[in-house]
Design a protein around this ligand. Structure first.
Ligand SMILES: NC(=O)c1ccc[n+]([C@@H]2O[C@H](COP(=O)([O-])OP(=O)(O)OC[C@H]3O[C@@H](n4cnc5c(N)ncnc54)[C@H](O)[C@@H]3O)[C@@H](O)[C@H]2O)c1
Ligand SMILES: O=C[C@H](O)CS(=O)(=O)O
Length: 476
């Protein structure tokens, strides 16, 4: 059984600490251990990042870009190794894991270039004896806390811009899938990032976060995870006014109007809903279908869902892997039971699948749903697709916006004017219009309302790691 370690100031450490097990959710078997780091280790990581910041922030953007480009190449070279460990530790089908490694690498590649375009400004002066400028500076030491469901991409979506901007980082991956981050750390070493620029700690998230929040050397927290934890971090960050970027929970409405192309809509829902077994922040959580095509859509959709192959993600033919753990399976089961108890009908699926100790749930379509059902209000985070019939565009907009979340929404209609008028009224940071898979490195990804603060990806993604310094120059 491999004992993986933390990396602090260029050294692999933690073998003397108590460790936690990393479990393969497809088999319930232990695949490795990681150290349970706490205050001492986190403080050492912060100190290392703080010291390294002095030199790293003064490197030219071109020097930083060179490290990032080497990391990009190494990620592609090690795609299979990274994908295999990702699938083992969190269950994602291997073909999706390979895709995630490529997707994760695009953030490194895109921000390697973006770092060379951190431009300041000159501002027309109001007085002939003054010159007004805006200089851009890296925010400082950054703590990055990431979720389990995209263990590579959610990390590089933070590391890429932070490092390109000249910041140094402390990474805290999810304890459910820490090994992918450790493997990425190995590649960062090989890419030649100086010691202390990137540090990785594993273990007690609350103790690590508390140490981060109480240390003035950390100027920025970038978090991806649940809204509940995001709210804890907002409260904790207040004492030292730490900068925050928050990528939080979602509850995506998927609206299909009667002029949509049904086959395109089915393909869109399949891509959005069943990616990572429905364990993504932007997957369709509520599917609203206009009455004129409801029956035809439901028939084709259910037929496509029944074809999905469930099993161990290391098998190339598998489409749906396990849920992340027993708690995740129980949540999905409870959401379905709640819906059925309130009058919903199971069109297909609706049951857990017992398979070699793993935690699997059958790809499921639920009909006759109502807004009062839990799955229509909270993230199910599983392969369950609730479908509700709607009559008008206005009804779809009202239902779609009736949530504290505002991350992603989807609309399928072929009518440009109609689509524009609907989307203008949707309170969501991301909208897939006839597209079930909108994510990319060059776009501003993030949510409104309780789905987060700020954006990751695109030029806004690097702005999150920069401070603007206004300089007024007296010429007399
Ligand atoms: N908006 C996005 O881009 C995005 C992307 C991926 C996942 N998510 C959301 O993340 C959630 C699933 O991921 P998860 O289960 O890993 O989320 P989570 O909030 O349980 O954990 C996220 C990270 O925070 C850590 N953490 C847990 N409690 C903490 C605390 N008190 N203080 C500091 N850190 C703490 C965890 O160890 C993990 O590293 C879903 O809600 C999903 O929608 C959002
Ligand atoms: O789970 C949330 C991720 O941000 C989804 S994506 O990989 O960015 O599409």
């Amino acid at each position: 059984m491999k004992q993986y370690l933390m990396n602090i100031n260029g050294k692999w450490v933690g073998e003397e600490l108590e460790s936690l097990d990393v479990i393969n959710p497809a088999s319930n078997k232990k695949i490795g251990t990681v150290p349970i780091g706490g205050k001492e280790e986190t403080t050492k990581a912060i100190d290392a990042a703080y010291v390294a910041f002095e030199s790293w922030s003064k490197r030219t953007a071109y020097e930083r870009t060179a490290c990032l480009k080497r990391l990009h190449g190494l990620m592609l070279e090690h795609q299979e190794e990274l994908a295999q460990i990702m699938t083992l530790e969190m269950g994602k089908p291997i073909k999706e894991s390979r895709g995630e490694v490529n997707y994760a690498a695009t953030f490194i590649e895109w921000f390697a270039e973006e770092g060379k375009r951190v431009y300041g400004e000159t501002i027309p002066s109001h007085a002939d004896n003054k010159r007004l400028q805006v200089w851009k500076k890296p925010v400082g030491v950054v703590a990055a806390i990431t979720p389990w469901n995209f263990p590579a991409a959610m990390l590089t979506r933070k590391m890429g811009p932070a490092l390109a901007a000249g910041c140094t980082v402390i990474i805290k991956p999810s304890s459910e899938s820490p090994i992918t981050a450790i493997k990425l750390m190995e590649l960062c070493e090989e890419a030649g990032f100086p010691k202390g620029v990137i540090n990785l700690v594993t273990g007690s998230s609350s103790k690590i976060a508390k140490t981060i929040m109480e240390n003035p050397k950390v100027r920025k927290i970038t978090f991806t995870g649940s809204t509940e934890v995001g709210k804890i971090l907002i409260r904790q960050s207040a004492d030292q006014v730490k900068r925050l970027s928050l990528e939080l929970g979602g509850h995506a409405p998927f609206i299909i109007l009667d002029d949509a192309t049904i086959d395109k809509a089915v393909a869109g829902v399949m891509a959005s809903k069943f990616r990572n077994a429905g364990q993504t922040c932007i997957c369709a959580n509520r599917i609203y279908v206009q009455s004129g095509i409801y029956d035809a859509f439901l028939e084709k959709f259910a037929k496509a869902v029944k074809k999905l192959n469930v099993g161990d993600g290391t098998n190339e033919s598998v489409d749906i892997g396990p849920l992340i753990n027993r708690a995740g399976l129980d949540k999905v089961s409870n959401h379905v039971k709640d819906a059925v108890s309130k009058g919903a009908s199971v069109v297909t699926g609706g049951e857990p699948i017992t398979n070699e100790g793993g935690v699997f749930y059958a790809p499921t379509v639920i009909g006759d749903v109502k807004p009062s059902m839990i799955m229509m209000q909270e993230e199910t985070f599983g392969p369950v697709a609730p479908v509700q019939k709607i009559e008008t565009d206005e009804e779809a907009i009202k239902l779609a916006n009736d949530t504290p979340y505002g991350l992603a929404a989807y609309l399928f209609t072929e009518n440009v004017a109609r689509g524009t008028q609907v989307i203008e009224q949707l309170n969501y940071g991301i909208v897939g219009w006839n597209d079930g898979a909108p994510s990319a490195a060059q776009v501003p990804f993030g949510g409104m309302k309780e789905s987060g603060i700020g954006r990751e990806g695109g030029h806004e993604g690097i702005d999150a790691f920069l401070e603007s310094q206004y300089v007024s120059i007296g010429m007399n």
